[in-house]
Design a protein around this ligand. Structure first.
Ligand code: ATP
Ligand code: MG
Length: 366
């Protein structure tokens, strides 16, 4: 087992364009890790099969968003020369692994998964949960282990999935022998980025909640969304003391703003702590803070938009990148699946010893 290799697997569901929550929660980190040169292999997956588990009746939505997510990846700086970008459904080995891992997980264990519980509520599934959706943590374990990933950079909501994966790995290795690798989760080190709230103040910016600032939003759209953002509801007049905790405008500043931004855009303050202190004291209006946030965010998004524009002019090339990535990912997954099947003793035709031993056994029978 090649334990010493450092391998990343992570990805996103093609259920919409990617937003700034994805960016700070995972995407930005991926690009940094990619460029650090510390990893032997980086696999970035567009999880279309997973997206279909709760969008079975809307395949067109998934199909349309593949290219959107791919464009978001490339525009953030994921580089196909360094990272393998691929589409989940094109790797049948992942489905096969899922089928075998299903035997290692109980229904009650899946029912306990807090993220899945939450998502079931959000989607109003109640008693009509599709089996595929219910089991998606198992399919995620296949995605991670198929590539023998050691590191999975994700947002906080993915913690229960990685825990489930680790349990499956331990259980598999215990029963069948050491084949799979237990992955480590890599969370953002900035607290604000663990789970970026929505512009409406809801706990999570999420494609399904319509409370997102998209990486591909125009300058005008971003400004409009920021200026109408939810803030502290008790901060009515400028003189009133305001609350920065749980205030999404300040959480976004925590996520995006650096001291340099004050030098260029708001030299009245040295840093975010000073700005927060003023807001808390009272005498600082929301509009001013929002204008500053707009400047900070536009600065971060501008190069991303520019790169996107360039790739948008060459869509066939983007599909080619995904096709090549998928071919490469399929080879890696096939190698793991072969090991898995050998360990599970379902590699009948590759096992010459088995065939000879059976032949011997039956020859000896009278
Ligand atoms: P959906 O509503 O379809 O589930 P989503 O917005 O939750 O969409 P995913 O594709 O499920 O997006 O998540 C992709 C990655 O982005 C995961 O690693 C997840 O942890 C991270 N992520 C998603 N939303 C946020 C957020 N608001 N803050 C930080 N990270 C996030
Ligand atoms: Mg999600």
């Amino acid at each position: 087992m090649e334990k010493s290799k450092k391998i990343i697997l992570t990805g996103d569901r093609p259920t919409g364009r990617l937003h700034v929550g994805h960016y700070v929660g995972s995407l930005k980190r991926r690009v940094e890790l990619q460029n650090s040169g510390e990893f032997d292999q980086i696999f970035i997956m567009i999880a279309d099969a997973q997206a279909l588990t709760d969008n079975a009746d809307n395949p067109e939505k998934v199909r349309q968003n593949i290219i959107e997510v791919a464009l978001d990846y490339l525009s953030c700086g994921l580089d196909p020369a360094k990272s393998t970008l691929f589409i989940q459904s094109q790797i049948p080995e992942l489905t096969e692994l899922t089928f075998y891992y299903m035997n290692l997980v109980t229904v009650s264990r899946l029912q306990r998964n807090p993220t899945v519980k939450n998502e079931i509520k959000l989607r109003n599934f109640e008693a009509s949960i599709p089996v595929g959706f219910f089991a998606y943590p198992i399919s995620q374990a296949s995605d991670i282990t198929a590539f023998k990933a050691t590191t999975v950079p994700v947002g906080e909501d993915q913690l229960p999935m990685i825990e489930q994966t680790r349990e499956i790995v331990r259980s598999f290795n215990h029963i069948y022998g050491e084949v799979l690798v237990e992955p480590d989760v890599l969370l953002p080190d900035n607290k604000a980025c663990l789970r970026l709230p929505g512009t409406d103040g809801k706990a999570k910016m999420s494609k399904s909640l319509n409370n997102c600032i998209y990486l591909s939003d125009t300058q005008e759209e971003v400004k409009k969304k920021i200026m109408s953002m939810f803030t502290d509801p008790n901060h009515i007049r400028v003189e009133d003391p305001g609350c920065v905790e749980g205030n999404p405008v300040f959480i976004y500043l925590d996520a995006f703003c650096r001291d340099e931004h004050f030098k260029t855009h708001w030299p009245e303050y040295q840093n975010l702590d000073e700005l927060k202190a003023h807001y808390t004291r009272g005498g600082l209006g929301d509009v001013k803070v929002k204008r500053f946030l707009n400047q900070v965010l536009q600065e971060e998004l501008e190069p991303i938009r520019a790169r996107r524009k360039a790739y948008e002019q060459n869509i066939p090339e983007v599909y080619r990148i995904l096709k090549e990535g998928s071919i490469c990912a399929q080879k890696a997954a096939a190698a793991t699946l072969a090991e898995v099947k050998a360990a599970m003793k379902i590699n009948y035709f590759d096992d010459e010893e088995l065939i000879q031993a059976q032949a011997q056994k039956f020859r000896q029978q009278p």
